[in-house]
Design a binder for this molecule. Structure first.
Ligand SMILES: [Zn+2]
Length: 416
């Protein structure tokens, strides 16, 4: 190591920056609402860019608004070591989701600078555009585009609820350039680490300081449409019925059973929406639409549930004489963390005698998409009662500083 000075995280500075960023909000404190490319979000972006420039980082922005703040290494052309997260927030959210990884990442870089560390690989802080799906209905917009998971052509078709296209919105936000240019060249990254609050209760419950994420679960979403025959609830006799809701009920239970049968705790399946037409008390349901969400950390296991659902659709269709369509809307693959990045995080924890545990992220993050183009791992810190996406989301400054310190150590190991 070319670094012998101890790394010091400025906990007070980090805490005050968290408060400052939380003030860029369209909700009453303590709630934070920061929807991508609103006036408030643009102000927050300008603020964070200035913060990065003040720390001597070279800031650039791509066509979708991903912000890259670069600390150029001794070998500028060597692959980059990345860290970062997002600063957009869903309506009525808290101040820590995403932000901890951005401001914690910035503080980690500053701490390394102050410790006299000179990275061989450039270290870059990344602030991803629109991790939350609030505005355009799709999460991780920035990381999907830069990893090539979403094409520029598909992105151009996205609109917000007012019908304004992503193209219009981003150009109004001053983002010129073509979306085709967002995809990073192969070999851009050496490694990527994202610091994040857990958004679940496990670390707090187990009283463990840090979680090293070894895999990220990914959702598949499907829409199942069942078409039967309607009719008068009194007039149509039972042998003559083709009740769409009864068929849908069989499917809902089949989905539950398929997830239970997988035998893995990480397999989960949910029917969150059931729309019944015509939805009248004295009318036989003629048409039902189900929204299905299936998640797992293993792609074969998750796909087995999808196949079980498709089988159940065929069976119910034959048995009940109804038409069933099963449409796969989205199926992101889960991700495994890279052993080398996990090892760097473990070693960083051990250097400071911090206790840690391996974890699975059941929520998805930008790192899921970064994993398509880079070796990655995530570092979780506890958050009170696992609360997230609500105003009382809370992580202590001690936990945040500890996360930033481990991140700094890991970045140093990966970048030297
Ligand atoms: Zn987040």
């Amino acid at each position: 190591m070319n670094r012998r000075v101890e790394i010091h995280i400025n906990k007070d500075k980090l805490e005050s920056e968290l408060s400052e960023l939380a003030a860029f909000s369209d909700a009453e404190p303590p709630a934070v609402t920061r929807i991508v490319f609103t006036a408030t979000d643009l102000k927050a972006r300008a603020w964070i860019k200035t913060r990065c420039e003040d720390s001597g980082l070279a800031v650039r922005q791509d066509a979708i608004g991903n912000i890259f703040a670069r600390w150029t290494g001794v070998e500028p052309s060597a692959p980059t070591v990345g860290t970062g997260s997002h600063i957009d927030a869903i309506p009525n959210a808290g101040r820590y989701d995403g932000v901890v990884g951005v401001l914690g990442g910035l503080e980690a870089i500053r701490a390394l600078q102050e410790a006299g560390f000179r990275p061989r690989h450039s270290i870059e802080l990344l602030i991803f555009t629109s991790e939350e799906p609030t505005r355009f209905g799709i999460g991780c917009l920035g990381s999907r585009l830069l990893s090539g998971t979403l094409t520029a052509e598909a992105a151009r078709k996205l609109t917000d609820k007012d019908g304004t296209t992503l193209e219009e919105v981003r150009r109004k936000a001053g983002l010129d350039g073509e979306l085709e240019q967002v995809k990073l060249p192969p070999g851009y990254y050496k490694a990527f680490v994202e610091l994040h609050i857990e958004q679940g209760p496990i670390l707090e419950r187990e009283q463990v300081s840090l979680g090293i994420v070894e895999r990220i679960a990914a959702p598949a979403s499907l829409r199942v449409t069942v078409e039967g025959a309607g009719g008068h609830a009194g007039g149509v006799l039972m042998p003559d019925r083709r009740d769409a809701l009864c068929a849908a009920a069989e499917l809902i239970l089949a989905i539950e059973q398929a997830a239970q049968r997988s035998g893995a705790i990480d397999t989960v399946a949910t029917v969150g929406i059931c729309d019944v037409f015509p939805s009248a008390v004295n009318s036989i349901p003629a048409k039902v639409s189900l929204s299905v969400d299936i998640r797992d950390t293993s792609l074969p296991r998750r796909d087995a549930v999808i196949r079980a659902l498709e089988g159940a659709c065929r069976a119910a269709s034959a048995k009940r004489q109804v038409e069933i369509q099963c449409e796969l809307l989205n199926a992101d693959a889960p991700a495994e963390a890279a052993p080398a990045v996990v090892a760097a995080l473990r070693q960083a924890c051990e250097m400071h005698d911090f206790d840690f545990m391996p974890m699975t992220s059941r929520a998805y993050h930008d790192s899921l998409f970064v994993s398509r183009i880079a070796t990655m791992a995530m570092l979780f810190i506890p958050c009170r009662q696992g609360y997230s996406h609500r105003p009382d989301e809370y992580a202590s400054s001690t936990d945040i500083a500890r996360g930033a310190l481990v991140l700094a150590e890991a970045l140093a190991m990966l970048a030297e």
